[in-house]
Every structure is written in C-alpha cells, then in structure tokens.
Design a binder for this molecule. Sequence first.
Ligand code: PCA
Length: 169
Amino acid sequence: MSHLVFTYGTLQNGQPFHELMTKSEKGHATFVGKAKTVEKWPLVVATKFNIPFVLDKPGVGHHILGEVYRVDEEMLHFLDELENTYQRICITVTMETVVNKADTSGKSNSAIQECYFYALQNYKDELLDLTFNEKYDAYGNPNHAHVPLEKVDMSIEDLKDYMNKSVKQ
Ligand code: PCA
C-alpha cells in the first residue's frame, strides 16, 4: 500500500528537512513530480524560525506550488509523527511535471491527482494577517530564511512544542 503526499515546505527537495524523508530508515519516499494545488490555500511563514504553514482555510491565498512524493505506509506514519502539529488532509493537485507515470494513480486524467498534505487547524487568528505565499523557499527567499536547529541547540521535539505554543489556539 502506498500513498501520494504533496509537500510544500521544509520537506521539499533542497529544503531544511528533506533528508528526514529521503534518508530515513523509517520507510521510503520517491519523487513523483512538481505540482500545484487545485484550490487556493493560505501559505504563511511564521514564528521566529520561519516555519511554513498552510492554514486549513481553502479558497484563500494562492494555488500552492510543491512536490508530490509516493510514500509507503511506514513513511506515512513517520511523517504523521514528524508533522503532528499539522493535520493530514486529502486534497487534489495538478501535476506540472511527472518523473515516472507509473507513480501516479493511473486515473484517466493523470494530470489531476488526489494526495495528502499537512495543514494547520485551530491556528491563532493573527496568522491570517500574514503574507500569503505561492511557494516556500528557505534559501531563495530572505523572508523565509530558516534557522538551523543545531545553531539554537534545539531538537525537533523541542521545535514541535514551540510550534504548538506559538501558532495554535
Ligand atoms: N513540512 C511539511 C508541511 C510544512 C513543512 O514544513 C511540508 O514540507 O509539506
């Protein structure tokens, strides 16, 4: 059993936590292609660490650009745990590039795929006042510069606690 996951933040290729997904012993992820969400979503970059969050408020913001991965059951559980500040939601995306057609669901219109992504529910209202982005890039956009956890001597667990306190109601 495998699943498609749309990543738009730190898990994308070249972004701060990409290797947690690709080099993990906790399952497998294979890149399927670049994609864009069919609906608009508010993608904000928040907290002093510049963490990306799609707020669970469809219809607001932009069609978000990201990457689709095919993941096995083990990797999906690993990601659920890693991203447990967020809620895993089923959405539709339009594939912009597909590396391997066999990885898509094989539906008649393969450009449209159903997949999961991680969105934030029960967020503080003030997050809706932030700039809505079309994509996140920790290294290409100075407003998105991500603080490396080693620098602040913080573990991923500490980061999750901090995130829960600062962005959730
Ligand atoms: N990680 C997940 C959700 C936001 C984040 O930083 C992702 O890259 O899609």
